[in-house]
Design a protein around this ligand. Sequence first.
Ligand SMILES: Cc1cc2nc3c(=O)[nH]c(=O)nc-3n(C[C@H](O)[C@H](O)[C@H](O)COP(=O)(O)OP(=O)(O)OC[C@H]3O[C@@H](n4cnc5c(N)ncnc54)[C@H](O)[C@@H]3O)c2cc1C
Length: 510
Amino acid sequence: MKSCDLLVIGCGIAGSSLALQLAKKGLHVIVLTSSKNPLESNSSWAQGGIAFSGQGDTPELFAKDIFEAGAGLCNPAAVELLASRGPRLVQEFLIDTLGITFEPTLTREAAHCMPRILHAKDTTGRAIAESMMAAMTAEPNIEILTQHTAIDLITLSHHSEQNSDIYLPSTCVGAYVFAEEAKLVKKIFAKETVLATGGLGEVYLHTSNPSEARGDGIAMAYRAGARIMNMEYVQFHPTTLYLPGKRRFLLSEALRGEGAQLLNSRLQPFMQSYHEKKELAPRDVVARAIFGEMLTSSSEHLWLDMTAKKPDWLKDRFPLLTSACRAHGFDLAHEPVPIVPAAHYSCGGVAVDLQGRTTIARLRAIGEVSCTGLHGANRLASTSLLEGLVWASAAAEELLSGWSQRSDYFPPVREWQMSDEKADSALLQQDWISIKQTMWNYVGLVRGKDRLQRALKMLRELQWEIDSFYEKAAISSELIGLRNGILTASLITQGAWRNKNSLGCHYRID
Ligand SMILES: Cc1cc2nc3c(=O)[nH]c(=O)nc-3n(C[C@H](O)[C@H](O)[C@H](O)COP(=O)(O)OP(=O)(O)OC[C@H]3O[C@@H](n4cnc5c(N)ncnc54)[C@H](O)[C@@H]3O)c2cc1C
């Protein structure tokens, strides 16, 4: 058994910022990542940037843009917190404390009323993640455990061997964690456990996310009895590079912010027929416009044209994107490149308050795994890195203010029962394909009653199969992910089924 003050599950921007802030105050923090390379996360992949403060900007102007993108469903208190504290935190924590160097000029992204996006060319996420990782590695109070995948949260009501604990309020005391190299399950106890596991794009056939983004945190919280909300609001990014048979590569919104034009299958602009802001319309509008044009022309992709810009400027402003396109045989400077929409961001997740508290005591959720209500029915570009930063800081402040009174009750808990029956990899692979195709075809950009009904039925049957398979097979990171993937997919589908109103990125044709 291992114990600590704070167990942080995930080391993207949200988990890392919280760990750093609390470790600096003397708390012993354990940070887990399922990846071998701790830099592997959605945060590292962020290209466009992080919202900051433009010329003549105010929290009110910033908030107005967030509300408009969120289609009126945003939580006003969450919007106010981010708009008022976010830019200051970027300055104080990212620039002054961590010393991250950003470009001197701000850029503009879709649905922002002015240029207010701070960026490190097109590798902003990597610049932030590398600085945070360097700071964490140098911090003696932080223990980073790589290839350690949380399986389930340990709660008093589910796991305590002290019978009377079931009468206490629902409380989390740590997690069962699979150590991949040692092939064993550890119990890690913590005074406070924090889910910072990121998104869920991997449950879709086409996604901009890395493979760890399979909804692990949401599934763990759901099994532990936490409130989950707004799961139907999955944002699809309009432009990923169309690469048949390969993982999609995101072509940042910033390209359109800098003037890139969308072209239909006849290589003609079309966004003027869908929205007055054309290419800079909210993401859901752009993604559905592309999807609609693809359907009417029976095309597998459309085009993005950046050829109006000078090649040298393009190479300097978007070094990652120009080289990634070139690596796949496309020349961004001289020809339109093929694009398709892909699942990108989860606006819903584990319901939390302004300090990241979930409905379970001693359990918080921050970053993309959480639902603060900030994004409402759709997310404004470049606000998710900022959300991770703001909620990590708000949670850190609140935790520190009452730390000395925190409970350190760790009950006796049963050992994990290990099986040595190897999981059949053909079953694992086929189950993933079924989940991804079902979600893409029936719970994707455009949803309808019959499609959702079909998806619910298929996912229910598959979940039964996977759960019984999970009971018998030897534990592995893939199996943990599959069990979480099917549950997350079901939660999205149930949310989409229940909500008959089209709003933001949830669009029903019926
Ligand atoms: C291609 C791309 C571009 C983007 N561009 C931008 C942008 O320009 N601006 C912006 O604001 N946002 C952008 N986003 C969104 C943004 O990057 C994410 O929303 C944000 O980084 C999420 O941060 P996080 O800390 O919540 O999670 P992540 O950064 O995803 O980190 C999750 C962590 O949890 C770990 N983990 C997951 N499950 C487990 C488990 N069971 N056990 C242990 N560890 C686990 C992972 O290994 C990882 O360390 C982009 C996203 C993508 C995919």
